[in-house]
Design a protein around this ligand. Structure first.
Ligand SMILES: [Zn+2]
Length: 330
């Protein structure tokens, strides 16, 4: 959770922010926006640490002061985290109130107070409203860092009150080189893994862990079998609905993007899911464009409701989408 570093492909964003700070123009709220797995959270942690350190040296925390010690221990009273209590759930209004109350009191260690919220799009309407007041009047030496993977799902009133920094994955070559060296992979394996992770190096590292790759395999094989009538949507949904649905929905979106790309007719359309190129080509050939985009919308809608609805019926959610997927080529 507290990975704290500036990945090489984010150095520019970091340098700009540090320059801004040197000029005394650091805003009260930052919105770090970009796909999962590009290093936003590590960036937020590094920034929090730098601001909380009492005697930074050359733009780096000293590692010696009381504040640095507290951070090393994992509990700094002026560094506050706001996450959903359960992965994939909403950030509740009482969680927001608890944190903003602390933010409005005096800093325990003197100096900055930093709140890191991730993912910011997990706020429901009441949580977002509760945060608005603090965004408008944050108080002295307070920084709110909102980490957001899906900018479109964040309320515009929240967005407009933050300075936004966009995070992009590294260029393909840089990403592959980094990944190959990090995981000690061949260039070819690194390239394949990075493509599946849509270019996000940390997502690729997580995928390489094993279980997720296995889940992805089960999911994709299931989708292919569904198209060939080897399995029914109900049976497949039964098998899948207890897994981490957010991953499933993200992979699904990635597949649909690939299909849309293939349909756009670009001769050398680069797809992410290289290992599924056969299935993707078959769907691209037979499916109607309008239906592809309609399914993209539905998957996005379900992704959102999965987070914000109280108790979604997961089996039904997956089942409905699987029926739609099968219907693409009928
Ligand atoms: Zn320090």
């Amino acid at each position: 959770m507290s990975d704290e570093q500036i990945y090489p492909w984010l150095q520019d964003q970091w340098d700009k922010l540090i320059a801004q700070r040197a000029q005394g123009r650091l805003p009260h709220a930052l919105l770090l926006s970009g796909a999962p797995g590009v290093g936003k959270a590590a960036f937020a942690n590094a920034l929090a640490h730098l601001l909380l350190c009492h005697e930074p040296l050359d733009g780096k925390p000293c590692g010696q002061c009381r504040s640095c010690e507290l951070i090393a221990s994992g509990h700094h009273p002026d560094r506050l985290y706001l996450h959903p209590e359960e992965a994939g759930k909403a950030i509740r209004v009482d969680q927001v109130r608890e944190v903003t109350t602390v933010l409005h009191s005096t800093a325990q260690q003197g100096g900055y107070r930093v709140m890191i919220m991730e993912p910011a799009e997990a706020m429901n309407v009441s949580s977002a409203n509760a945060l608005l007041k603090t965004l408008e009047e944050p108080g002295q030496d307070t920084l709110l860092i909102l980490v957001c993977h899906q900018l479109g799902q964040l309320m515009p009133t929240i967005r407009s009150r933050c300075q936004r920094i966009d995070f992009r994955p590294p260029g393909t070559e840089e990403g592959e080189r980094w990944l190959a060296s990090k995981l000690e992979l061949t260039a070819e394996d690194a390239s394949r893994l990075l493509a599946i992770a849509q270019g996000a190096p940390l997502a690729a590292v997580e995928l390489n862990g094993g279980e997720l790759l296995e889940l992805r395999r089960t999911f994709l094989t299931g989708l292919a079998d569904l198209l060939r009538d080897r399995v029914s949507p109900i049976t497949l949904a039964e098998k899948l609905h207890k897994s981490e649905l957010i991953h499933l929905l993200d992979w699904w979106l990635s597949l649909l993007n690939d299909i849309a790309r293939l349909q756009s007719g670009a001769a050398d359309a680069a797809i992410s899911n290289v290992d599924m190129s056969k299935m993707l080509a078959a769907v691209a050939k037979r499916a109607d464009k309008v239906r592809i985009f309609a399914l993209v919308d539905r998957v996005q809608e379900e992704r959102k409701s999965l987070m914000l609805r109280h108790n979604p019926n997961r089996q039904l959610l997956v089942e409905k989408l699987l029926f739609d997927w099968r219907a693409l080529i009928r």
